[in-house]
Design a protein around this ligand. Structure first.
Ligand SMILES: Cc1cc2nc3c(=O)[nH]c(=O)nc-3n(C[C@H](O)[C@H](O)[C@H](O)COP(=O)(O)OP(=O)(O)OC[C@H]3O[C@@H](n4cnc5c(N)ncnc54)[C@H](O)[C@@H]3O)c2cc1C
Length: 397
């Protein structure tokens, strides 16, 4: 296991204790209900975890990125959907305001995000704009005193409960990502409606919704960053967001591994516990190896991202890593999500027929793990980003 500093050990222990007491007892019920109660977010806010990355001056904990990731990993270990919701709130929404917000915007929104008065949502995807962000069609036009947003957003995590949405919209005539801007839209704004709720395979409690924007008016100061600078904000938030997905994936993997280990010790066949069989031992060892590798790489990449600030192209590249942090974060997300999928699959296998049943916890973890290979950039698209960077570096770019 990667060596953690004192603060990281403390935060991780606090998060695990919280997850054990407040999340784990309810996972089955929340998964079946396809919803999280408000009280979960109140409880997460109470331990300060909605302000993991917000500066102390704005009411947050002001943690560095690796420590915040360890906290989210532990939340996801308790309940994956809570890990996802908090990751979007902290890793994407808070992050974007921290990098692109004016002092006034930060002063207005960061305290409310940190206290949990408002939950954040990140509204980028649309029906035709999934991997291809340049296809975003929701548009914003200038009106007296602000902007008017019209269109639809798909698959918005936290979208129904959010008090603040980061909405990517087309403001210029340019095609692709060049004409995109990002707006801070208050939940409950006139013209903003939930028009669909997804029945997802996993992460069922996290509430993924479709949102319609029917001429939603926002003031001038709702524009975050430069007009036409939406892609820069999105890219930076996605780099952070992908590390938070890695953390979620690791929480799922860790939970699956622990369930499998316990079950393999308890279940007897042929007069011996399962963990006495070589085939099972090999699976258990493979789980531990993949989790340790993925966590070490995530933490190392996070430390590089912190050291580089907002410069995604910065860094030495470390040992055989791409120099660009965008590619490194993509590698961390691919490594952790594929580890989670593999570990959860093997955990189901170790449980045998019981693993395939809803009454046991590992089938849910397998469903949840799959999501981490898809959202915040599918693993295929991330491999594209990684290879593009490798080719650029090899060519001396
Ligand atoms: C549970 C969940 C929560 C989500 N939450 C949010 C959210 O909060 N906010 C938000 O904005 N979005 C969210 N999303 C959307 C998510 O980010 C998209 O689903 C994802 O980016 C993929 O887009 P798509 O589904 O349109 O797939 P597509 O882009 O249509 O891709 C389909 C397939 O083609 C592959 N593909 C596409 N392009 C390439 C390429 N260039 N090279 C190789 N293969 C390629 C993909 O990898 C995939 O296998 C969420 C999705 C899920 C499942």
């Amino acid at each position: 296991m990667t060596v953690l500093n004192e603060e990281q050990v403390e935060i991780r222990a606090l998060a695990r204790e919280f997850a054990q007491g407040e999340l784990r007892p309810h996972t089955e019920a929340w998964d079946a209900a396809r919803a999280l109660p408000d009280s979960v977010f109140e409880a997460v806010a109470e331990i300060g975890f909605l302000g993991l990355r917000s500066p102390e001056a704005h009411g947050g904990l002001g943690l560095d990125l690796p420590t915040a990731l360890l906290a989210v990993e532990a939340l996801a270990w308790g309940e994956s959907s809570v890990g996802l919701s908090v990751a979007i709130h902290v890793g994407s929404v808070t992050r974007a305001i921290l990098t692109a917000g004016t002092e006034a915007q930060q002063g207005r929104w960061l305290p409310e995000l940190a206290s949990g008065a408002r939950l954040g949502a990140f509204a980028l995807s649309e029906i035709e704009a999934g991997s291809d962000v340049g296809a975003v069609a929701l548009h914003a036009e200038r009106v007296d005193g602000g902007w008017k947003l019209s269109g639809e957003k798909r698959w918005v995590t936290n979208g129904e409960r959010a008090g603040l949405l980061l909405v990517f919209a087309r403001t210029g005539p340019e095609s692709g990502v060049a004409g995109l801007s990002v707006f801070l839209v208050e939940g409950g704004s006139e013209g903003l409606r939930v028009t669909g709720r997804e029945r997802t395979l996993g992460m069922c409690a996290s509430q993924t919704v479709t949102l319609a924007f029917d001429d939603v008016q926002v003031p001038d100061d709702a524009l975050l960053g430069e007009e036409g600078g939406g892609w820069d904000v999105a890219r930076d938030a996605l780099v952070h967001g992908r590390l938070f997905v890695a953390a979620q994936a690791l929480g799922i993997a860790q939970a699956a591994q622990e369930h499998a280990l316990r079950y393999a010790a308890e279940r007897e066949q042929f007069g011996r516990s399962l963990d006495a069989f070589g085939g099972i031992q090999e699976k258990l060892a493979g789980m531990a190896i993949r989790i340790a590798q993925a966590r070490a790489f995530m933490l190392e990449t996070a430390a590089r991202v912190d050291a580089a600030g907002a410069d995604l192209g910065a860094g030495e590249g470390g040992l055989h890593q791409p120099a660009s942090l965008e590619a490194a974060a993509a590698m961390a997300k691919v490594t952790a999500s594929e580890a989670a999928m593999w570990v959860a699959d093997e955990a189901v296998q170790i449980f045998g027929g019981y693993g395939y049943m809803r009454d046991y916890p590992v089938e849910k973890l397998m469903r949840d793990a799959k999501g981490t290979e898809i959202y915040e950039g599918t693993n295929e698209v991330l491999r594209w980003i990684i290879s593009r960077e490798l080719v650029r570096e090899a060519a001396g770019g």
